[in-house]
Write a new protein. Structure first.
Length: 392
């Protein structure tokens, strides 16, 4: 049976923490509207206690984007009443509001960051959940730095906050320290115990990409029982970023038999969302970025181009239209073969050329390709013009 994985997008909270990526209220609203079109299940719209502007933006998103049943709106609070109040007053305008509380569980956080005992931190967390629960029915608790926490303490925190009313437990790999087998095992152990305490609680994961493992860790978590994933568009976020939404979605879809899991995401909106976020935030997507990079669906080697024209699946595991791109792109270079060259000319309407004519133009193309890195359509038009002039 296929399991539905809940997708929680934190582009507007963790993603917006990228230096220089700040959005104004109108732009945040635009991103939230696009996230709704993408069919994410939960939008984390900001951190209302951080500033009046952030509070107002979350409030606007809650009322204008969260006005239907198909998306839940949340925002982040530390485990203190003023933060929880700020989230409550901002998200309560949504049809489905959620309060998200974060508090560390690792010794580093408990002892060094807060200078408290484990018992004190656990009590603070429980009180925060009870307070949030008195305001709204849906409360998520994030055990910050979970992957570097003592397991038994982590578990006692989870058990206590679930008993206090938390409806979602989020396990963050806050500093991107975990590796897939280890993170999968952690999720397996938590899931195993959690289902005996309350099997309605959603088990969530939130991974960072410091070692380039955020997507792998998230997928390992899904294989080991996670019900929900937290991601950002294009993987933007603190330091090396968060799990990239588009990577997890396309991995689940492309390798569906290995995961038996799917999401509600409207995959055709992936590219539109990626471009909107990149443009508004002024964060260029790395050209070779999986799924949304400019080169993700372009092929430049002659051997590959020839193979693709014979059988696309030889070098293509995702049809570009799946993510909203018209088609693959064959980038002509000196390494492109005759087959790709002929295909490119045909695409431009030059489809009546004899083999002999093609051979002559191909020689000119090779000369040109040797002198520049890539040959574009306008270069091909010029080659054809030259050819026709000579052969009139
Ligand atoms: O990375 C982290 O631990 C977070 C929490 C707020 C979930 O962003
Ligand atoms: Zn984070």
């Amino acid at each position: 049976m296929t399991k539905n994985i809940v997708v929680f997008d934190t582009t507007l909270r963790d993603g917006e923490q990228v230096p220089g990526a700040k959005l104004n209220q109108k732009e945040k609203l635009q991103v939230a509207q696009q996230l709704k079109k993408l069919h994410v299940d939960i939008i984390e719209a900001g951190f209302p206690a951080s500033s009046k502007g952030d509070f107002e933006a979350v409030k606007e998103i809650a009322s204008q984007v969260g006005n239907t049943d198909d998306v839940m709106i949340t925002a982040l609070a530390r485990a203190v009443k003023p933060d929880i109040d700020a989230v409550y007053h901002a998200v309560k305008h949504a049809k489905k509001p959620l309060i998200h509380i974060v508090l560390g569980t690792s010794d580093i956080h408990v002892q060094k960051k807060f200078s408290k005992t484990k018992e004190q931190i656990l009590d603070t967390g429980v009180e925060a959940v009870k307070y949030a629960k008195s305001l709204l029915p849906e409360v998520q608790y994030s055990t910050e730095d979970a992957s570097r926490s003592d397991f038994e303490y982590l578990w006692s925190t989870i058990e206590a906050v679930v008993k206090a009313g938390a409806t979602m437990i989020n396990i963050p790999d806050t500093v991107g320290f975990a590796e897939p087998d280890e993170f999968g095992e952690l999720i397996y152990k938590i899931n195993d115990r959690l289902k005996n305490v309350n099997n309605q609680v959603l088990l969530s994961v939130h991974c960072h990409n410091d070692l380039g493992l955020a997507t792998a860790n998230t997928l390992a978590a899904i294989k080991n029982g996670a019900d929900k994933v937290e991601c950002t568009i294009n993987g933007i976020g603190e330091r090396a970023g968060n799990t990239a939404l588009e990577e997890v979605i396309m991995a689940l879809h492309t390798r569906s038999s290995r995961y038996q899991a799917d999401t509600n995401i409207n995959r055709k909106e992936i590219l539109n969302t990626s471009r909107l976020v990149s443009n508004l935030m002024g964060l260029e997507v790395q050209v070779n970025k999986a799924i949304t990079g400019e080169n993700a669906f372009s092929h430049s080697s002659g051997i590959h181009q020839d193979g693709l024209l014979k059988a696309r699946e030889a070098y293509e595991i995702i049809h570009p239209s799946e993510i909203g791109l018209d088609d693959m792109e064959l980038v002509l270079t000196a390494r492109s073969g005759r087959h790709a060259f002929k295909h490119a000319l045909q695409q431009l309407g030059f489809d009546q050329l004899t083999e002999q004519q093609l051979e002559i133009i191909f020689e000119d193309f090779l000369q040109l390709a040797d002198s520049k890195k890539e040959v574009y359509n306008h270069d091909l038009y010029r080659l054809m013009e030259k050819f026709y002039k000579k052969n009139q």
